[in-house]
Design a protein around this ligand. Structure first.
Ligand SMILES: [Zn+2]
Length: 153
């Protein structure tokens, strides 16, 4: 109860001390970038509105998470290209066998990596834009009150 009512100073301190390595680890573990305890996703594609531990808001303006597609695309293209080249030239696997596998990988991997790309985007954004992350923390109360209002309606 006390962690939910007065988390702001500790979390702002945590974001202020957030290192690149911590941001990357929290992003890759699908955890809150502020406290590393709360889960980001409630299921495969849906995020929580805020952290269950520190109330850090995960809600962002429309189009914010479009940037995560860059991470997802970059990882998919890099992995596909490197694997294709290694298997084709290093191990002599026939191109006819590689193409269907590479195509299947290009369809399946982005779906699996979707959550990680979003989480990494949010965590790295908190690392590079600490002022924006602090605003998300200060807006947690308003999000909570908004959900209370919508619950009453
Ligand atoms: Zn948190």
């Amino acid at each position: 109860m006390t962690a939910a009512t007065q988390p702001a100073p500790e979390v702002e301190f945590s974001i202020g001390k957030l290192t690149f390595r911590q941001a990357f680890q929290r992003g890759f573990r699908l955890r809150c970038p502020a406290c590393s305890r709360g889960k980001l996703f409630r299921n495969w594609f849906q995020m929580h509105g805020c952290c269950s531990n520190c109330r850090f808001s995960y809600e962002r303006p429309a189009g914010y998470f479009l940037g995560s597609t860059y991470i997802n695309y970059g990882c998919t293209a890099s992995l596909t290209t490197v694997t294709y080249v290694i298997l084709l030239f290093g191990f002599g696997v026939a191109r006819e066998r590689l193409l269907p596998i590479a195509l299947a990988f290009c369809v399946i991997f982005p779906l699996v990596f979707f959550r990680f790309a979003r989480s990494l985007w949010l965590s790295l954004d908190c690392y590079f834009d600490r002022a924006g992350a602090s605003e998300a923390m200060s807006g947690a109360g308003s999000i909570e009150s908004r959900s209370e209002v919508t619950d009453k309606l």
